[in-house]
Design a protein around this ligand. Structure first.
Ligand SMILES: [Zn+2]
Length: 193
């Protein structure tokens, strides 16, 4: 049965790499996948999902106003797909997560979404909060803090190398400005509040 999956983690855990590997595995078996990514992530060029280890694949882009149920429905009209894969799923709106859920239930296509759980303030992204609520399967993509414990948090570093405690959630940065940490080291970096 088709399911809605949410693969979540902190920064730099290799989510896009996992997505691209999964898409490649389907392709090797002769099955098509439909890849989607947020249009305000231009790290890999518009309309592409890229990973830090150099893999890349073309993807359709979705904006805030796009109806993902309609996009998936239109894609299915052109031929069968084994699965839909959504990168940067933290940027989905609540409505868009419901649209993905409808695609799973009514179009019977599996949807695998990949995204960050919390922002650099330690707060859930709206897309991730809704996915945590609605997904059939939750899968944690693990990465580690410098101390060796599992990293669940992320800090954003300013130009002075210090952790920022406030600011715009929407900025999407490169590897150098974000550091993934365990909760204890996150607390040490930003201070208890
Ligand atoms: Zn740590």
């Amino acid at each position: 049965m088709a399911k809605l999956y949410f693969h979540y983690s902190t920064m730099n855990a290799g989510k896009s790499t996992l997505l691209l590997q999964a898409a490649h595995n389907y392709q090797e078996m002769g099955m098509e996948t439909y890849l989607l990514t947020a249009d305000f992530d231009d790290r890999s060029g518009t309309g592409q999902i890229g990973s830090r280890i150099g893999l890349a694949k073309d993807a359709d882009i979705y904006g805030k106003a796009d109806d993902l149920f309609e996009m998936i429905s239109a894609r299915l009209g052109k031929g069968p797909i084994a699965c839909v894969m959504v990168d940067e799923a933290q940027w989905l709106s609540k409505a868009q997560v419901w649209q993905l859920a409808r695609a799973v239930d009514d179009l019977k296509v599996p949807v695998m979404s990949y995204g960050l759980r919390v922002d650099f303030r330690g707060e859930l992204f709206p897309g991730s909060a809704t996915l945590l609520a609605l997904a059939d399967e939750l899968r944690e993509v693990r990465t580690i803090c410098h101390c060796g414990k599992k990293a669940t948090m992320v800090i954003r570093k300013g130009a002075d190398g210090k952790a920022l405690v406030d600011g715009d959630q929407v900025q999407v940065g490169g590897n150098e400005t974000y550091v993934s940490l365990c909760r204890k080291h996150f607390r040490e970096a930003i201070g208890d509040r």
